[in-house]
Design a protein around this ligand. Structure first.
Ligand code: ZN
Length: 280
């Protein structure tokens, strides 16, 4: 029986062309929503003004449609929980920032890039945010700020707390706050809300019940669970997909020549040819 109100999402970043690896994750998300008779939301994660480009958003929507992936809410078709582009949702992020500030969960961090580079212990995973050494952690002046602008803001993680969750695809996971990840950014000095905050705020506001995304975000799930708890949101289910690798074992997303859907289409592949690869 289909769950009564499944809501999934596709959350692409328009920082380049859609490649095979991400397309597979989106295809899985679309399948899961369809099997559960649910709704699928397309959220355009265009928060970073330096890296996001409108032409990539257009290309992405076109590639997804060409693959036969359909969504019911999105920047192109609207819906009850819009706007569906993160660049238009700043008031939502600011409201969350205020609540985190008022709850004593965050602090301003004035460490320079150089301070951090010198002190940081390198995470095991090269993609991951370095563990913050904690110099500004004891600051208690967050309440003096009426705006996050101009400073980095970090979430103070509960040291040594074990964060557990069961992923619907990859099983039980646990991470220790302060060891596996440190006080993470929720707002950047250049006045852009950080990924972790934006995702949590939007998933809650858009009533997402299941998050389908790549396994590279497993550890971020632990960070996001802390934010969800601090903000009093409902916890969605998580389904992380194994990352697609090439024959040499290199993650597709990391290859400079990552196979873009656009290129595969130009080479004459049909949507069926591509989706058949996803089924394997
Ligand atoms: Zn600092």
């Amino acid at each position: 029986m289909a769950s009564k109100s499944y809501r999934g999402r596709l959350a692409p970043s328009p920082t380049g062309l859609l490649h095979l690896g991400h397309a597979r994750t989106f295809w899985v998300a679309a399948q899961r929503a369809r099997e559960r008779d649910g709704a699928l939301v397309l959220r355009n994660e265009d928060l970073d003004p330096h890296r996001s480009r409108p032409e990539f958003t257009q290309a992405m929507l076109e590639d997804l449609r060409w693959l036969g992936i359909a969504w019911q809410e999105g920047p192109d078709c609207g819906g009850p929980f819009g706007p569906y582009s993160q660049s238009e949702r700043r008031p939502n992020y600011l409201e969350a920032w205020r609540r985190l500030r008022d709850g004593g969960f965050i602090y301003p961090c004035t460490c320079s890039r150089k301070d951090l580079a010198q002190a940081a212990s390198a995470p095991n995973d090269a993609d991951d945010e370095p563990i913050y050494p904690g110099r500004c952690r004891t600051r208690t002046d967050a309440a003096d700020f009426s705006d996050p602008k101009g400073l980095n803001w970090r979430f103070r993680v509960p040291d040594s707390e074990l964060i557990r969750f069961t992923d619907l695809n990859l099983g039980a996971h646990s991470y220790t706050a302060g060891r596996d990840f440190g006080d993470f950014l929720i707002w950047r000095r250049d006045d852009v809300p950080a990924y972790q905050l934006a995702v949590v705020v939007d998933d809650a506001a858009m009533r997402i019940t299941e998050v389908v995304r790549g396994a590279d975000l497993l550890k971020s799930t632990a960070r996001q669970l802390l934010l969800i708890r601090a903000l009093g949101y409902d916890v969605p289910s998580y389904f992380h997909c194994q990352l697609v690798r090439d024959s040499e074992g290199v993650r597709l997303a990391k290859r400079h020549d990552a196979l873009s859907i656009c290129k595969l289409r130009e080479q004459g592949l049909s949507p069926c040819d591509i989706v058949d690869q996803f089924r394997r």
